[in-house]
Structure formats: structure tokens, C-alpha cells
Ligand binder design. Sequence first.
Ligand code: AVJ
Length: 367
Amino acid sequence: MGATAAAGSRLHRESRRCILRPFDPKRAQTVSHPQNEVSVVPAKPRFSLIELEPERNASFGKEVERGLTDSPKSIPCRFLYDERGSQLFERICETPEYYVTRAEHEILANRSEEIAQVFPSPITLAELGSGSSSKTRLLIEALLRRHGGLRYLPVDISRTMLEASSMDLIDRYDALEIRAIASEYRAGLRHVGAETDRSKLIVWLGSNVGNYGREEAARLLGNIRSAMASADRLLIGIDLRKDRATLESAYDDAQGITAEFSANLLSRINRDLGGHFDLTRFRHRAVYHEGEGHVEIGLVSLQRQRVAIDAIDLEIDLADGEAIHIENAFKYSPAEIEHLAALAGMEVERSWLDSRRRFSLNLFAPM
Ligand code: AVJ
């Protein structure tokens, strides 16, 4: 085994044991480990990364098996975000119909200064589901201007995404320190909660909270609350209830990018689990349930069919018109936002809307 391969497997083992890797110039190189994944070892000072769940892909098969043998059939939406899915989501954000990203960007552009002033120095910014961190830049810049320096803890399931966006930020901002956490929310929050030496702003943008049912959302916010001291704040982007036409086209754009994003889930099963889905035999569907206040997204079978998935030794039967549920997007009224905060032991301290009053950015404070 060559030196590089040896270093690779050592790193791989270390990351499984969740060891914080500080900057070490001698190991600042790109290495491949046996599974053919590529690890970019932090090549910059002021940056470290912990990986809490490097093997989450192993659960994909189990979750797909569970979901597709359930009735109604479903697949958890977090699996939408493989590399291709993450790219497609970035493109959804640029469609004319998907107003969510632009509305939130508008609010952040107008309010970041004001938000930065709420906190004493020094400050830590923690972000759940940071993705490409593009909107967060507005906040990072405002916080750096106000506080001189900033520690940033992005939490994201995509390690590749975390590494790429962190490198970019570190290059751009000299006074920024990054401790990236590659994990799902709950595990990441325990690390965020352990940061008690500074005041903290936790941000959860993009209406990602909408993927959860209302009760589950309240529980997750309870976890966030547990990671906060009384002077800390949560900045949370929440999409508002609105008319059906706007919502249904936001989740079914004319260019078909959202449909492609959904279909990619079946491609991923074909690719990673030896599935035999024929994508032309399904269509993307987004329906707004006004009473419950959520958009339900599914893939509808266009005919009666049987599909095999080799790696999990499964065969499923689909009826003509039967849907595989893949995502919910819950929408909130202002009163529902207050209720949500209260269920999690917090209160709405500030709430800002975009100029078209489609989206809200809210500052929650512990009660
Ligand atoms: C990333 C979960 C916020 O629900 O609006 C967008 C995902 N799915 N279009 C949303 C999504 C299809 C998005 N979130």
C-alpha cells in the first residue's frame, strides 16, 4: 500500500471515530480511500471538519426498503440530496416560480445589519443545512463588520458541499474561523450546544423546517432550544400560507426542473441500489392541501408495474395512478409561527417579511 493510500485509510478510520481534525499542513492533500471516495484534508488554517455519520449511505437501502413496502409508499426526502440532487435544487432556486430563495435573500439583504446588532461580541454563527452557504454570506459579512471576527459552525449532511463552501469562505474572509460538522441535524446540534464560550446565533434558512410535520418540527425546534443559552437566538426562515396556484407552480415549475429533482430519487435508487425504475413511467405531482397547509410531492406511477431493486432484494408492485410520497412542504400563518415557537419553549422576538409578503424570517428567543 502506498503512503497516500495508507494516509487515506487512516483518515477514513479517524473520521468514523468522529475525531476533530485540526489543520496540519503535512496532511494538506487530496487522498482517495479504498471505497473510492475522495477526502479533501483541510488545506487551510482556521478550518476543521468533523464527520459524525460517514456511513449514512448504508441506511439508504434500509430506508428505501421500509418506505416502499409501507402503505402508502414513501421515500424520506433527505435522500433527494445526493450530488446531482443538490445541483438540481440549486437550479430550482433560480426558476421564476420558486420564490422562496429570492424572498429570503431579499429579507437577509435588508436585515442582516440589524440582526448582527442584537448580539454582544464575540459571536458564533451556527447553521443547520448550510448547503452552499450562499445566503449566509450576507449574514457572515454583517457579523464580521459588526464584531470584527466570527466563528462559523455549518452543519450539513453533505461533506463534499461543506468542504467546498468552507474553502471558499475561508479564502474570502480573513477573520472567519470555520468548524464544519458533517452530520444530520440532531447529532450536529449536540456539538453546537457544546459551544458555550460565546453568544450564539443559530440559523435555519430556506424553510427547511417545512419538510417536517408540525409536531416533528416543534420537537426539532426543541432540540435547537436545548442547544441555546438565554442570550442566544434562532433565526429561522419559514414559508407562509398563500394561494394554491402560487404554491403548486413553485413546486412544479414550467421548465420541469422540480420534476427532474424528484425523478432523480428513482435514478439514485437505480444507480446506488441496482433499481430498475423506468423514469418515463412516472410523473411528478405537487398538490397543496389547504386545510393542513402543506404541499405534498409525489411520483405517480403511470401504469400498473412491477419494479425490482436488486441490492435490497426487493420487488414492488405499483398500481396505475399509485403515488410514491417523497416530500412535504408545510406552510405557516403568522399565528402558526408563534404557536410553533411556543411549543419549543421560545417566542417570536422579531419577524420580517419580503416585499411581496410571501416569506418570513423570524428571530426566536428562548422563553
Ligand atoms: C429545501 C425543503 C426548503 O420544500 O421548498 C423545493 C425543497 N422541493 N422544491 C422546499 C423543494 C421541491 C425545499 N426545501
